[in-house]
Write a protein that binds this ligand. Structure first.
Ligand code: IMP
Length: 425
C-alpha cells in the first residue's frame, strides 16, 4: 500500500483508530507522530474492544510494526500501564513490533500538575484539556528545557533538570491544596520505567527511512483533529501539536516526498470535547446521541458535544491537509433522523463566509447556514454489508458531502467493528 497519512477533519474522535485498523491490513508499519496520551482511540478488533492512547493501533496486528515518533510526547509511566493493559488482553508488545524515538519528549508529573493548575486559573476561559500535561510538555519542548527519551539514560542530567523543574512547580503550588512534588519519587519511577523501555528506544527516523528503502509501506495515525491543530485550529481552544498532515512529517522525520496519500476522516455529524467554538452544536442532537449511548470520550469519559455536519470545516480541512479521499464514520448515528442538516456557510456580522475565521471572537459571532436533506426513515445503515445495501438517501447524503467538501467520500463506517467499514467507488 502507498504511504498514507490519516488525519481527523474535525475536533478529534472522528473514528480514525478504526479506519487505521482497517487500513493496517495492507500496510507494514503504523506510525504515531504527534500528541500524547491525550489521544484515545477505541478500536474493536476481532470482536474485542481496545482503548489505545499512545501505542499505534497497528499493535493489534501481530505481524505489523509500530513506531512512536519524535513528535509524540510520552508519559513513560502511563505508556507502561498501557503495555500492561494490552498484555492483559493478550497483545504482545516487544521491540520486535514497537520502537520509540529517542527524540520524543517526556511528559512528567509536574507537567500534569501544571496543566490542571493552569486550567483552574482560567475560570470561564478553560481550554477543557484532558489534564494529561500535554500543553506544558510542549511548552518545555519549545522553550528548549524539556527532557527527551534519550535523557532517561543520563542520570546526572535527569536529576538536575527534574530538581529544577520540581522546584519551579512547587513554588507555583505554594498556598494551594495540591501536595508538593518530591524529586526522588519522580526519579525512582522514571528509572524503573527507563529500564523497561530501554530496548524499545532508537533513532526512529533512520529506522523508518531504512524500511522505506526496503519497500515497506507506512501508515501515519493522526491524533486529535484539524481544528485542534495549534496553528490551524480554533485557537486558543486547541491542543499543543500540529495535528494536520504536515505534523506527520515533522513528527517522524519522513519527508513529504515519501507521502502518497492523505485520507481525512470525519464523522457523518460533528462532535467536540472540551471548550471552544462549535458553530453547528445542537442540544437536541447531543441528547439524542447520548441517549443512544454514543459520544462519550475514550480518554476522559466526558460527554462529547454534538451537532450537525459542518461542511465549511471539513472542506477547509480537506484542502489544508491535501486530502485525496474522505472517510466518513458513524453514518449509522444518523439512522432514524427524519431530516438531516448540513452547514454550508456561516453568517458573520451580515457577511456570508465559506472558510473558518481565525479569531475566536469571530467564531463566537458566526451562525450556521444549513441545507436540509431527507433522512432514510425506517431503513438503517447500521451493520450494512455493502454499499449497494445502503438506503438510497444515505448514499445521497454521502454524495452531497463529497460535493460540498470537494473530496470524494470513499470509505464509510456503519458501526464500531472493522467489518462495518465499506469502500465506495
Ligand atoms: P490537551 O490536548 O489535553 O491539552 O487538550 C486541549 C484540547 O484538545 C481540549 O479541548 C481537549 O478536549 C482536546 N483534545 C485533546 N486530545 C483529544 C482527542 O484525542 N480527541 C478529542 N479531543 C482532544
Amino acid at each position: 500500500m502507498a504511504n498514507t497519512i490519516i488525519v481527523g477533519a474535525q475536533w478529534g474522535d472522528e473514528g480514525k483508530g478504526k479506519i487505521v485498523d482497517f487500513l493496517t491490513e495492507k500496510t507494514d508499519i503504523v506510525v504515531r507522530a504527534q500528541g500524547g496520551n491525550n489521544a484515545g482511540h477505541t478500536v474493536i478488533h476481532d470482536g474485542k474492544k481496545y482503548v489505545l492512547h499512545l501505542i499505534p493501533s497497528g499493535i493489534l496486528w501481530p505481524e505489523k510494526n509500530c513506531v512512536i515518533g519524535n513528535g509524540v510526547v510520552i508519559d513513560p509511566v502511563s505508556l507502561l500501564e498501557e503495555f500492561d493493559k494490552l498484555d492483559g488482553q493478550g497483545i504482545l508488545i516487544s521491540p520486535d513490533n514497537l520502537v520509540i524515538s529517542n527524540r520524543a519528549h517526556l511528559t512528567l508529573p509536574y507537567h500534569r500538575i501544571l496543566d490542571s493548575f493552569r486550567e483552574s486559573g482560567l475560570g470561564g476561559k478553560k481550554i477543557g484539556t484532558t489534564g494529561r500535561g500535554i500543553g506544558p510538555t510542549y511548552v518545555d519542548k519549545s522553550e528548549r528545557s524539556g527532557l527527551r527519551m534519550s535523557d532517561l539514560f543520563n542520570q546526572k542530567k535527569l536529576v538536575e533538570k527534574i530538581e529544577s523543574k520540581v522546584q519551579k512547580a512547587n513554588s507555583l503550588l505554594e498556598g494551594s491544596d495540591v501536595e508538593p512534588l518530591v524529586t526522588n519519587q519522580i526519579i525512582e519511577e522514571l528509572n524503573s520505567a527507563a529500564s523497561r523501555l530501554k530496548p524499545f528506544i532508537c533513532e526512529t527516523t533512520t529506522y523508518l527511512h531504512e524500511r522505506i528503502a526496503e519497500g515497506k509501506s507506512l501508515l501515519f495515525e493522526g491524533a486529535q483533529g484539524t481544528y485542534l491543530d495549534i496553528d490551524h485550529g480554533t485557537y486558543p481552544f486547541v491542543t499543543s501539536s500540529n495535528t494536520t498532515a504536515g505534523g506527520a512529517c515533522t513528527g517522524s522525520g519522513v519527508s513529504p516526498r515519501n507521502i502518497d496519500n492523505v485520507t481525512c476522516v470525519a464523522k457523518a455529524y460533528t462532535t467536540r470535547v472540551g471548550s471552544g467554538p462549535f458553530i453547528t452544536e445542537n442540544q437536541e442532537f447531543s441528547d439524542r446521541m447520548h441517549g443512544m449511548g454514543r459520544e462519550f470520550g475514550a480518554t476522559t469519559g466526558r460527554k462529547r458535544r454534538c451537532g450537525w455536519f459542518d461542511a465549511v470545516l471539513v472542506r477547509h480541512a480537506c484542502r489544508l491537509n491535501g486530502a485525496d479521499q474522505l472517510a466518513v464514520t458513524n453514518v449509522d448515528g444518523l439512522d432514524g433522523i427524519e431530516s438531516i442538516k448540513i452547514c454550508t456557510s456561516y453568517e458573520l456580522r451580515g457577511e456570508t463566509i465559506t472558510t473558518p475565521p481565525a479569531d475566536s471572537e469571530d467564531w463566537e459571532d458566526c451562525t450556521p447556514n444549513y441545507e436540509e436533506l431527507p433522512g432514510w426513515g425506517d431503513e438503517i445503515t447500521a451493520g450494512a454489508e455493502s454499499i449497494d445495501s445502503l438506503p438510497k438517501n444515505a448514499n445521497n447524503y454521502l454524495d452531497r458531502l463529497s460535493e460540498l467538501c470537494e473530496t470524494p467520500v470513499k470509505i464509510i463506517g456503519v458501526g464500531p467493528d472493522r467489518k462495518e467499514t465499506l469502500f465506495r467507488d
